[in-house]
Design a protein around this ligand. Structure first.
Ligand code: SAH
Ligand code: SF4
Ligand code: F3S
Length: 456
C-alpha cells in the first residue's frame, strides 16, 4: 500500500474531482493520508479564479519540491484549473513536478501513475471529447465522509463573463447523462448520505446540450426526488436568466428539494453588468429574485459580488450595496476584482481600479453583507424548523450540534449527543451574524441511537 495526500483548493467542482481521483487511486493501492509528510504521492488540485489562488498553489508545491532531496522516490502531481491553463509551462517552471493533469483528463490518472513510476514526466492537459461513461469506467468515488454528497451535473461554461477564467479552465459546458447522476445519487444514499447537492457553473442550463430538449434540471430534480428515503436535494449555482418558471414550480412542488437558490448578481449597476457581459440588468435581476421569493416560501437567496471591476465608479459601486439591501439578499460571497490571463477585462489596464480603492470597497461590501445576513437570520427567531445535523462540537465548554435548515441557515443547538446525520425539529431562539441558535423540540431525541448517525 502506498499513501497519497491531495491538497484541494477552489470550488466544489475541484473537491468533487479530488473524490474521483482518490477513487481511481484506490484501485492502484493508494490510500489517502491527511499528513503530507507521510505521503509517497503528493498532489495539488488548484484553482485559478483569482491571482491569489494561483500564487498559493505555486508556493505550496515549491515547498514539496524541497522534500524530494530527502525522499527521492516521492512523486508530485500538479492538477486542476491552473494545470489546465499552464500545462507544459508547469513542467518547465517546476522541475520537481512529475505530472501535470488538467481538468478534462482526470480519468487518465491511473495510466499517468504507471508512467511516472517508470520515470517519465507527464503532461495531460488537452480538452477531450470522450463520453462520460467512457471516462469514468467503474471507479468508485471516495467521498469525503459527511452528510452531504456533491454531484456534478454540468461542467464548463459558455458564458464568457469578461472577468472569468472558468470557460478557459473547464472548457465548454457539458451536461452529464441523467442515468449516471441518478446512479451516483443512489450510491451516495446507500452509503448513508442525507443530502445531495447538484453542482455546476450554471446548474440551471443543465440539458441544453442534450438531443432531448425536454430533459432539463426540473426533470432531473423530479427523478431524484422519486428515489426512496428521507433526504434533501439542493442545486448550485443558478445563472439568473436561466431560472425558468418550471424550475421554480418544481422546487415548490417537490418535497425533498430545499428552499435555497444561489443566484450570483456580481454587480448592482447595469453598465457594469454590461461590461461584465452578464446577460441581465439590475431590473431583470430584481424581477427574478422577486419571482422566486413570491413563489417559494421562506426561500434563502444568496449571491456573489465583485468589488472594483475595471471602470467601476463610486456611484456604480454604491449600487451594489443598495442592491444587496433592496433585494434582501441573505448572504453573498465577495471578492476584489483580480485580472485573469486570457479574459477580456484583463486587457482594460487603463480602467483598473487602484488596489487601495478596491480593498476599501471590498470592506464596505463585506459590511453590507454582514448587516443583511444578520437581518435575514433575525426573521426566523421564534420559528420551528427542521434541521439536518452535520456536526458535534464542544463550543466554549458547551456541547453543541450544528446543522442546516432546509433554507440553508446554519443552526447551533445545545445537545450532549452527537446526532450527526439525523433530522431534528428545532425552535430558533436567537440570531447571530452567520448562524442562528436553536433548541431541540424532539421529545424522543434521547432515544435516537448515535450509532445510526450516517457517514460520520
Ligand atoms: N458560474 C458562477 C460563478 C463561478 S466563479 C456565476 O456565473 O455566477 C465564482 C465567483 O468567483 C464568481 O461568482 C465571481 O464573483 C468570482 N470571480 C470570478 N472571476 C473573478 C475575478 N477575476 N476576480 C474576482 N472575482 C472573480
Ligand atoms: Fe464564469 Fe460567468 Fe461562466 Fe460563471 S457564468 S463560470 S462567472 S464565465
Ligand atoms: Fe477555481 Fe476552477 Fe473552481 S478556477 S473556482 S477551481 S472551476
Amino acid at each position: 500500500m502506498k499513501q497519497v495526500y491531495i491538497e484541494t483548493m477552489g470550488c466544489q467542482m475541484n473537491k468533487s474531482d479530488t473524490e474521483r481521483m482518490l477513487g481511481m487511486l484506490a484501485h492502484f493501492n493508494y490510500v489517502e493520508t491527511k499528513e503530507p509528510h507521510e505521503a509517497d504521492l503528493l498532489m495539488i488540485n488548484t484553482c485559478s479564479i483569482r491571482q491569489l489562488s494561483e500564487d498559493k498553489a505555486f508556493s505550496a508545491i515549491g515547498l514539496w519540491g524541497k522534500w524530494k532531496k530527502h525522499k527521492p522516490d516521492l512523486k508530485i502531481g500538479f492538477c486542476g484549473c491552473v494545470a489546465q491553463q499552464k500545462a507544459e509551462g508547469i513542467l518547465k517552471r517546476c522541475p520537481y513536478v512529475d505530472f501535470v493533469l488538467g481538468t478534462h483528463t482526470i480519468y487518465r490518472l491511473p495510466d499517468i501513475i504507471k508512467r511516472i513510476n517508470q520515470g517519465e514526466r507527464v503532461c495531460e492537459c488537452e480538452e477531450t471529447h470522450k463520453t462520460e461513461a467512457d471516462k469514468e469506467k467503474d471507479y468508485e468515488i471516495k467521498r469525503v465522509k459527511s452528510v452531504n454528497a456533491w454531484i456534478p451535473i454540468t461542467e464548463g461554461c459558455n458564458n464568457f463573463c469578461t472577468y472569468c477564467i472558468v470557460p478557459y479552465t473547464r472548457g465548454r459546458e457539458r451536461s452529464r447523462e441523467p442515468e449516471i447522476i441518478i446512479k451516483e445519487a443512489q450510491d451516495a444514499l446507500n452509503q448513508g448520505f442525507k443530502e445531495i447537492t447538484l453542482l455546476g457553473q450554471n446548474v440551471d442550463s443543465y440539458g441544453k446540450d442534450f438531443k432531448d430538449k425536454s430533459y432539463r434540471l426540473a426533470q432531473l430534480l423530479r427523478d431524484l426526488n422519486a428515489l426512496e428515503g428521507n433526504f434533501r436535494i439542493r442545486f448550485v449555482t443558478s445563472y439568473p436568466t436561466d431560472i425558468t418558471d418550471e424550475l421554480i414550480d418544481t422546487v415548490v412542488e417537490l418535497d425533498k428539494v430545499c428552499e435555497y437558490f444561489h443566484i450570483p448578481m456580481q454587480s448592482g449597476s447595469t453598465p457594469v453588468l454590461k461590461a461584465m457581459n452578464r446577460r441581465y440588468d439590475r431590473e431583470t435581476y430584481a424581477a427574478i429574485v422577486k419571482k422566486v421569493r413570491d413563489r417559494v416560501k421562506d426561500v434563502t437567496i444568496t449571491s456573489d459580488f465583485i468589488a472594483g471591476f475595471p471602470g467601476e465608479t463610486e456611484e456604480q459601486f454604491v449600487e451594489t450595496l443598495t442592491a444587496i439591501d433592496e433585494f434582501e439578499l441573505d448572504y453573498s460571497n465577495t471578492a476584489a476584482y483580480s485580472p485573469r490571463e486570457k479574459t477580456v477585462a484583463a486587457k482594460w489596464v487603463d480602467k483598473y481600479i487602484p488596489e487601495d480603492v478596491k480593498t476599501k470597497r471590498l470592506a464596505r461590501l463585506n459590511e453590507q453583507v454582514r448587516i443583511n445576513c444578520l437581518k435575514s437570520n433575525q426573521k426566523f427567531i421564534g420559528r420551528e424548523m427542521e434541521v439536518l445535523i452535520e456536526g458535534f462540537e464542544n463550543h466554549k465548554g458547551q456541547n453543541v450540534i450544528t446543522g442546516r435548515t432546509r433554507n440553508n441557515k446554519i443552526v447551533h443547538i445545545p445537545c450532549d449527543k452527537d446526532l450527526t446525520g439525523e433530522f431534528v425539529n428545532v425552535k430558533i431562539t436567537g440570531a447571530k451574524t452567520w448562524y442562528v441558535n436553536g433548541e431541540l423540540l424532539n421529545a424522543e431525541y434521547d432515544k435516537i441511537s448515535t450509532s445510526t448517525a450516517a457517514a460520520n
